[in-house]
Design a binder for this molecule. Structure first.
Ligand code: CAA
Length: 258
């Protein structure tokens, strides 16, 4: 397994686990860490032994945002020429599902990273926020766009313009997170969900993820058309024949990943 400086990775069952590991900085997302996260996701995406991924942080912080110390002295020319934060766009190209397991602070880029994942499992100690306005800027990796799509304009405006944090219960009520669990069960719940996904017919899982993603990006008619064709395409997979045969024969399916 590749050695990384700012993250830890391991494979548990068929799940690729990425743990952000800058605890002294509350997992602040510097450029090097961003490259490592995307590289690790790409490696898991290409690994036939892995069917889904989980990204997590520490008990105190999933991530407290982009690294303010790294950003503070930068000029606009540097930001543009380096395409600072552009590396995160690599997550959109990951085919296998990614679950975020969030405890503690998910602020700024941390909240944005969690929203880039396919769904969020939050511990009841999780806190979400887009506090960039307090330090003179605004969200830069999706906080204005994904948050507005997930929770609607009112709460997104409230969070982005006041910098107010919301707790796990408010995040659940608003649709920002899929599940809230007792804090100590956060990672095991996310891993179990990812393991469940990883056991299914991989081509269908990839098509399903892509189809749901389309819902955020296109019209209903286009999205429905894409979904129908993706459904049809699933019939070209071994997993469709096996999954349906197993149901009819009243036995568990054995998916080959093809
Ligand atoms: N960048 C760099 N360092 C950070 C950081 C960040 N985003 N967040 C926390 N740290 C560092 C602190 O500077 C501190 O370092 P030292 O021990 O060397 O002083 C250490 O982590 C611990 O933090 P605190 O002492 O502040 O811990 P706390 O428990 O008192 O407060 C907190 C926790 C409320 C999360 C507070 O740290 C905080 O407000 N952090 C900044 C949150 C923020 O503004 N995030 C947005 C960043 S900008 C962004 O993300 C842009 C974008 O869209 C991509």
């Amino acid at each position: 397994m590749t050695a990384y400086a700012h993250i830890e990775t391991e494979i548990r069952g068929r799940v690729g686990l990425i743990r952000l590991a800058r605890p002294k900085q509350l997992n602040a997302l510097n450029d090097a860490l961003a490259h490592e996260v995307v590289a690790a996701l790409e490696a898991f995406d290409a690994d036939a032994e892995v069917g889904a991924m989980v990204i997590t942080g520490s008990e105190k912080a999933f991530a407290a945002g982009a690294d303010i110390a790294e950003m503070q002295p930068k000029s606009v020319s540097e930001m543009i020429v380096e395409d600072y934060l552009g590396v995160w766009d690599g997550i959109a190209a990951i085919q296998k599902p990614i679950v975020a397991a969030v405890r503690g602070y998910a602020l700024g880029g941390g909240c944005e990273l969690a929203m880039m994942c396919d769904f969020i499992v939050a511990g009841d100690d999780a806190r979400f926020g887009q506090p960039e306005i307090k330090i003179g800027v605004l969200p830069g990796i999706g906080g204005t766009q994904r948050l507005a799509r997930l929770v609607g304009r009112n709460l997104a405006m409230d969070m982005v313009l006041t910098g107010r944090m919301i707790d796990a219960a408010e995040a659940k009520a608003a649709g920002l997170v899929a599940r809230v669990v007792p804090a100590a069960e956060t990672l095991e719940t996310a891993l179990a969900a990812a393991e469940t996904i990883a056991a299914y017919n991989l081509p269908a899982v990839i098509l399903a993820k892509e189809a749901v993603r389309r819902a955020e990006e296109t019209t209903l008619a286009e999205g429905l058309r894409f979904e129908r064709r993706a459904f049809h395409a699933a019939f070209a997979t071994e997993g469709q024949k096996e999954g349906m045969a197993a149901f009819l024969e009243k036995r568990p399916p054995r998916f080959s990943g093809r």
